[in-house]
Design a protein around this ligand. Structure first.
Ligand SMILES: [Zn+2]
Length: 209
C-alpha cells in the first residue's frame, strides 16, 4: 500500500503538519516525496473517486524528528479551516504524534519501546508489554446559533484573566455520540440546542502512565 503512487502521506513534526503554501490545507505528498520517519497507517480512503482503483487509496502519516519549520502549521492555526476529511486526518495524527513523543519508554520496566502495528502500538522488547494510545472518549463542544454567527463560551470562576473557554465535557463509560454533547452543553451553558455535528476525532491527549 505504501508504494502505490496514489497513496497520500501527511507529514508531521511534534504537533504540527506540513501545509500548502497558502496555509489553507494539508500538503499530502506521495510516498516518493515523504521524508524518513515513523510511518503510521491511517486507513483506506474509499470515498467515491478516491484513488486509482476501486479499492481506494491508502493514507499514511510520517512522524519526523526535529522542530517544525515555517512549512508546518498547528491545529490552532488551520484546524478551523480544514475540510472534514483533512480535519480528521490532522487531529488523528497530531494526537498520535504527541503520544509517541512522550511514550518512548515502557511504563512496566523502563526499557525503550519500539513502534509496531503500523504505528498504533508501542512494544517493549524487554518485557513484551504493549502500550496503546489513550482511547477513552473525550469531547470538546462548541455551541453556536443555528447560523454559526455566535458561539457560547464559559469562564472559570476565580481566574484573574477570566479567559473564555469552549464548554467541554467527557464521558468515561459511554461511547461519544451527539446526544451526549447536547446534554452536556445544556448542563454547562443552558443551551437548548439539539443539532450536533462531529467535526473530527482523534486519540485523546496523551498522559504518562
Ligand atoms: Zn517493558
Amino acid at each position: 500500500m505504501w508504494a502505490s503512487p496514489d497513496t497520500q502521506v501527511a507529514v508531521v513534526a511534534k504537533d504540527k503538519l506540513v501545509v500548502t503554501t497558502d496555509r489553507t490545507a494539508l500538503k499530502l505528498v506521495p510516498p516518493t516525496e515523504a521524508p524518513d520517519g515513523i510511518r503510521i497507517f491511517l486507513g483506506i480512503d474509499r470515498e467515491a473517486g478516491a484513488g486509482q482503483t476501486a479499492d481506494g487509496r491508502a493514507v499514511f502519516a510520517v512522524l519526523v524528528q526535529g522542530e517544525p519549520d515555517d512549512s508546518y502549521a498547528g491545529l490552532r492555526e488551520i484546524g478551523g479551516i480544514l475540510d472534514d476529511r483533512e480535519a480528521g486526518i490532522a487531529v488523528n495524527v497530531v494526537g498520535l504524534s504527541n503520544w509517541h513523543g512522550v511514550h518512548t519508554h515502557c511504563a512496566n520496566c523502563g526499557e525503550h519501546t519500539v513502534v509496531v502495528e503500523a504505528g498504533h502500538v508501542r512494544e517493549c522488547p524487554a518485557c513484551g508489554a504493549h502500550h496503546f494510545p489513550r482511547s477513552d472518549p473525550a469531547i470538546i463542544v462548541l455551541v453556536t446559533d443555528d447560523q454559526d454567527r455566535h458561539c457560547s463560551v464559559a469562564t472559570r470562576t476565580g481566574r484573574p484573566d477570566a479567559s473564555p473557554l469552549s464548554p467541554a465535557s467527557w464521558s468515561p463509560a459511554n461511547p461519544w455520540r451527539p446526544p451526549y454533547a447536547a446534554k452536556s452543553s445544556r448542563k454547562v451553558v443552558s443551551s437548548s440546542g439539539t443539532t450536533c455535528t462531529t467535526r473530527a476525532a482523534s486519540p485523546g491527549p496523551s498522559r504518562r502512565a
